[in-house]
Design a protein around this ligand. Structure first.
Ligand code: F6R
Length: 247
């Protein structure tokens, strides 16, 4: 694991954008896996800036998002499709049909999940997957206890994740309890992963992911066996690390 510690969120966004841009420039049709949540926002802001000011071209980029709530329409302001459109896709020259977010309204969710895996395969697999981490160590919506070999499927969210996400909804009861998520196995298939973390509330999860045992109880710990895994972590999220890091 390569662990890069940066002073703040802005620096995290820039370092991550450097890696994403370098990956995009290597492929005719780059396939980038994306996450939602507050953590990747500085990355998305930087990618939008590079597109607008430096001409970074997304016209041949294909994206796959990690997850989506079950039951929210794409125009619901807390759906992950809406989040991605508002925070990234609407500001780039990306072709909308090349942006994939799991369909939380799919009638046959199991069939949809299989199709999502096939779509990723048909595009040649994910070149670089961007990840955040939950305070309980989840990646995507793979909560503690998730099978380490899992593929895209429906998951029940833990109380901890519902509490974490309640801040985005009017009431805690409005937070959906089910989500479609790429599995841990899906994430491991990505040729490269970059995990971003910022904030003191992520310090324990980062410690467990990097220095704890590889265990389903901390899904992000599986990244210890990934062939190319880079963490970009702000100082306050890195306070519990004892291993050597880059600065
Ligand atoms: C969302 C996702 C989640 C988040 C995690 C952290 O697509 O993959 O695993 O990365 O819940 O969320 P934030 O960034 O809001 O702290």
């Amino acid at each position: 694991m390569r662990i890069i510690v940066v002073p703040d969120k802005e620096a995290m966004g820039k370092r991550a954008a450097d890696l994403v841009q370098a990956e995009m420039e290597k492929h005719a049709n780059p396939v980038i896996g994306l996450a939602t949540g507050s953590t990747p926002l500085p990355l998305y802001q930087e990618l939008v800036r590079r597109h607008k000011e430096e001409g970074l071209d997304f016209s041949t980029t294909i994206t796959f998002n990690l997850d989506e709530y079950v039951g929210l329409t794409p125009d619901h302001d807390q759906s992950y499709r809406y989040f991605m459109d508002q925070n990234l896709f609407n500001h780039l020259n990306i072709v909308k049909k090349n942006t994939h977010v799991p369909d939380g309204l799919a009638e046959d969710i199991e069939a949809f999940c299989e199709e999502y895996e096939s779509m990723i395969d048909d595009c040649g697999g994910i070149d670089m997957q961007v990840l955040g981490i939950g305070s309980n160590g989840h990646i995507g919506f793979n909560e503690p206890g998730s099978s380490l070999g899992s593929l895209t499927r429906i998951k029940t969210l833990t109380d901890e994740t519902i509490n974490d996400n309640a801040r985005f909804f009017d009431k805690r009861e409005d937070v959906p309890t089910l989500a479609i998520t790429m599995g841990i196995g899906t994430i491991l298939h990505a040729r490269k992963c970059i995990l971003l973390a910022s904030g003191a509330n992520k310090a324990a999860a980062i410690k467990a992911a990097c220095e704890g045992p590889v265990t389903a109880m901390c899904p992000a710990s599986i990244l210890q066996i990934h062939r190319y895994e880079t963490l970009i972590v702000t100082e306050d999220a890195a306070t519990e690390l004892t291993i050597r890091v880059e600065r």
